[in-house]
Write a protein that binds this ligand. Structure first.
Ligand SMILES: *Cc1c(COP(=O)(O)O)cnc(C)c1O
Length: 425
């Protein structure tokens, strides 16, 4: 399928007059339609709730849109909890799914009344010592180990992942927690990332639902919710078939009716913690071609770099590129599209067939709405870009300004050199 941007060349030329490139721009209309579809797909489950994985796109303006569709926040750090609290999202609207958790983060999550999702057996004791008690409701993260396979395809390798309790630890953990007075239990698991198949959630649901029945039978606990977490992916490549959330919701319902309902567990709420699926397709990184270089290869140098989008440099991830105004031109030129970091992996595309690119052309890098801006860093003293929201009425709102040197040097504010730096800004 041809991947087309949600903005045109004319729109970007207009926007760039006020907000110079590079910037991330998000599509409100797309975010809303997708959030609505997710909500409908799981509306058969009475307690269903999506906790948006804040780490994917930690911007309150975007999270506020999701909130209208009943979403809460999935947090995993102190500042993510702060952001949620500042937005008025507290209590059971927060799922705290952290790992290797510092004590002060448990204290804060507990103060906010967040549902705590323990990553490890030893955290039972750690949490109890840290906050002086145990909450009435608690969740534990499960990791069955081994390989996670669909048919003959290996989807991911839980045996090699640092997260979660083993099966034995989970049964033992639930017994201990019950003895200590915990009343309501949740089970969480995240076994495969960025799955582009409708089968992942139904398969995961079967594993977790069967586990829940056993846990209830053997330990006598009340299972209040099952958290399918993140992992529903998006088609980064044009040849990939997108997931159909309606089919996924329907298949999970079938498993629910097969496994949980006969066990008398028809009150179990389902939760999700999607990040990528909620936002990735609805963000573009917009950047301008500022140089061309003809050496051993053909290079296009753009004004964005890995600081704005790290996934290609970090994992060799594919992000589709559209040259605005040349959507229908033949892709008959092979380029490496590079940023300016002094790192040879700072390339948004390698050996990519694209239309002939001229200096001044705007490039849209697709699917940057999740794990895009958020992963940014400041290497080479590069400053992070702005974030813009393309609203449903076609207007554009600045939802995070670009960094300035002042931001970059802010952490020197207790040193003498800071005054000199300030003068130069
Ligand atoms: C990253 C993460 C998510 C979101 O994952 P996506 O791949 O963006 O859906 C959800 N839950 C936890 C615990 C995570 O670490």
């Amino acid at each position: 399928m041809k991947k087309l941007p949600f903005v045109t060349k004319e729109q970007i030329e207009e926007i760039a007059k006020t907000y110079p490139t590079p910037f991330h721009i998000y599509d409100e209309k797309g975010i809303r339609a997708n959030a609505q579809a997710l909500k409908e797909a799981f509306s058969w489950n009475k307690g269903y709730k999506e906790y948006f994985a804040v780490k994917a796109t930690p911007n309150p303006f975007l999270i506020n849109i999701l909130r209208e569709y009943g979403c809460g926040c999935d947090c995993s750090s102190y500042t993510e909890l702060m952001l949620s609290e500042a937005m008025g999202i507290t209590g059971s609207d927060i799922m705290f799914s952290s790992n290797d958790t510092p004590a002060e983060e448990y204290v804060y999550a507990h103060e906010l009344g967040a549902t705590i999702n323990l990553d490890d057996f030893t955290h039972i004791e750690f949490l109890e010592k840290t906050i002086g008690t145990l909450p009435e409701t608690i969740s534990c993260r499960f990791n069955p180990g081994g390989l996670f396979k669909i048919s003959n395809d290996i989807m991911d390798n839980p045996g090699d992942s640092k997260y979660g309790f083993t099966t034995e630890q989970l049964f033992e953990g639930f017994r201990i927690l019950k003895e200590k007075g915990v009343k309501h239990f949740g089970i969480h698991s995240f076994l495969a990332s960025n799955t582009v198949t409708n089968e992942y959630y139904p398969m995961l649901a079967k594993i977790l639902f069967e586990l829940a029945v056993k846990l209830k039978e053997e330990t006598g606990v009340h299972i209040a919710f099952i958290n399918l977490s993140g992992g529903i992916g998006i088609p980064y490549r044009p040849d990939q078939e997108p997931n159909d959330i309606r089919v996924i919701g329907e298949e999970v319902r079938k498993v629910y009716e097969e496994v949980l309902v006969p066990a008398g567990m028809d009150d179990v709420a389902l939760y999700t913690e999607l990040g990528r699926f909620m936002m990735a397709p609805y963000g573009h990184l917009v950047t301008k071609a500022i140089h061309e270089k003809h050496t051993h290869k053909e290079y296009i140098g753009v004004d964005a770099c890995a600081v704005d989008l790290m996934r290609p440099a970090m994992y060799g991830a594919y992000h589709h590129i559209t040259v605005l105004g040349k959507e229908d031109a033949p892709c008959d030129h092979m380029y490496d599209v590079t940023g300016s970091l002094c790192e040879n992996n700072d390339k948004f595309a390698i050996d990519r067939m694209l239309p002939a690119i001229d200096k001044g052309d705007y490039l849209v890098i697709h699917d940057t709405g999740a794990h895009g801006y958020a992963m940014g860093y400041n290497y080479n003293g590069k400053l992070k870009s702005a974030e813009l929201l393309l609203k449903e009425d076609g207007s554009v709102e600045l939802i995070r300004r670009a960094e300035t040197p002042k931001d970059y040097f802010a952490t020197f504010d207790c040193f003498a050199i800071f005054d000199k730096l300030q003068k130069e800004m």
